[in-house]
Design a protein. Structure first.
Length: 233
């Protein structure tokens, strides 16, 4: 990766890199972009660049740094997709949340008193965004695809700041029962909003590759932009 910054862990067990995209002027807030299982690849970096163009300081921490630092994988190449699944199985999600929290603290400290910080995550990152909302003081959280969130509903009581979830109805990683459980558990939550996307599968909002669905990706990203403008402005 280029244009990186280093972040110290909260437990002093090392430091990790994060891709950094900086706006032209003074940042209006910061957003931590949480990777898919494919590492901080070109698509995640492009997400950061787009947020910087909108006026945010955006960073994407390398959450796989304990396993294989700086790895970048392409989901359209089967051996790389298979490697990503292996890394997901080895990944310690609690340590990942700690690294996200360290990233939040780092950018909040950089921007100064009163600065707001959001997170946005995709795939595994969408699950981690929900966990971040429940376990940290992040100001706003967005999760794409809803992987495993039905198993995290016991943490919903801890969510104190706004959460936005984008859920494709034909996600082959999140079946109909899981989607129904998410709605049953979260539709009445005052801080959570869920948007469903009919006919869409997992990864529809990726920046590049075969999974992308342009119309739905644009709609979801517009909703995300409005959500951040309202909650981080």
């Amino acid at each position: 990766m280029t244009n990186t910054t280093k972040i110290a862990t909260l437990t002093s067990d090392g430091e990790f890199t994060a891709y950094r995209a900086t706006p032209a002027g003074t940042p209006k807030a910061a957003i931590v972009v949480i990777q898919e299982i494919f590492g901080v690849n070109a698509g995640i970096r492009r997400k950061c660049d787009t947020l910087a163009e909108a006026g945010y300081l955006a960073i994407a921490p390398d959450l796989f740094w304990r396993l294989e630092p700086s790895i970048e994988l392409d989901p359209d190449i089967k051996p790389e997709f298979d490697r990503a699944l292996e890394l997901m199985g080895q990944f310690d999600q609690d340590k990942g949340i700690a690294d996200i929290e360290a990233s939040i603290r780092a950018v909040r400290s950089e921007l100064g008193d009163g600065a707001k910080v959001g997170v946005v995550g995709y795939c595994l990152g969408g699950r981690l965004a929900f966990m971040t909302a429940a376990r940290t003081d992040v100001d706003a959280s967005v999760g794409y695809y809803g992987v495993g969130i039905d198993g995290l509903l016991g943490e919903k009581h801890a969510i104190a700041h706004p959460v936005l979830l984008h859920v494709p109805e034909e996600d082959h990683f999140v079946d109909k029962a899981a989607q129904a459980a998410m709605h049953a558990g979260l539709d009445d939550h005052p801080k959570v909003t869920i948007y469903d996307y009919a006919g869409e599968d997992h990864g529809f909002a990726t920046e590049f590759g075969e999974r992308r669905s342009d119309a739905s990706a644009k709609l979801a990203d517009e909703r995300t932009a409005k959500f951040f403008a309202e909650n981080l402005g």
